[in-house]
Design a protein around this ligand. Structure first.
Ligand code: CA
Length: 242
């Protein structure tokens, strides 16, 4: 059971009790093992412009807008922000390499977890910074009958991406619930920051190469080493937050 983590969460936000109604899922790195593709297309595309970026950095900045990530690199290596034209050219190069990557597989354990959540009468909500139309199509293909159209937040819906809480606040709104009635499943530090800023209990699944501490420092309330491991402990989570 995770009573200790729940009590810390309630105390931190001044809430009285939880009453679980919905689970808000991030997509890249949680439902699909797509981060290796993102990391390799980031490092290879930036190298074309003389910008050095490690794969770990791609994981660290996951969820940031493309332009925001590019600015961090140009500030560090060129001492200035990229121009709008540079940002667009560079992000286009990244997107092109990404589209040539092999299709990302489902994350092990994701389908089982989604089915269990649905069976238990909880509402699955998707909250992604992605605007990749192909991935959204694949979502319905890979996990049929799980996500309703009206219960998805994508980059088309929000003005400010993660780490701003807006995507998760919109997820709460679409699901018609309050923060203590939801749980978030996230893999990225900026995603964890966004979810905790929206005051939702946030479970980090560390599916990438970053140390656990990075996700805990970002504010994760609970951490599992994989989605499969979260699935195996789901009953305990469910009972804690009922
Ligand atoms: Ca993610």
């Amino acid at each position: 059971m995770f009573e200790k983590e729940k009590d810390l969460y309630l105390k931190r936000h001044g809430f009285e009790a939880t009453s679980l109604k919905a689970v808000l899922f991030d997509m890249d790195g949680v439902l699909f093992d797509s981060m290796p593709n993102h990391a390799s297309s980031w490092t290879r595309s930036m190298a074309q412009f003389g910008l050095h970026m490690t794969p770990e950095e791609a994981y660290l900045h996951e969820g940031r807008t493309g332009g925001g990530t590019i600015d961090i690199l140009t500030r560090r290596q060129w001492g200035r922000d990229a121009t709008e034209e540079e940002r667009q050219t560079m992000y286009k190069a990244k997107s092109e390499l990404f589209s040539q990557c092999p299709e990302a597989p489902q994350m092990p354990g994701a389908a089982n977890l989604l089915n269990k959540v649905k069976e238990e009468g909880l509402t699955p909500v998707l909250v992604t910074g992605s605007g990749q139309l192909t991935l959204l199509d694949r979502l319905n293909h890979n996990f049929p009958g799980i996500f309703q159209r009206g219960l998805m937040v994508t980059s088309f819906d929000v003005k400010r991406g993660k780490p701003d809480p807006e995507p998760y606040l919109m997820g709460l709104q679409k699901a018609g619930i309050r923060p203590w009635e939801g749980i978030v499943v996230e893999n990225a530090p900026l995603g964890v920051q966004a979810a905790t800023a929206a005051r939702i209990f946030t479970i980090a699944v560390n599916t990438g190469p970053l140390p656990d501490q990075v996700l805990l420092d970002a504010g994760a309330d609970l951490l599992f080493p994989s989605v499969q491991s979260l699935y195996e402990h789901w009953e305990e989570v469910r009972q804690t937050f009922s």
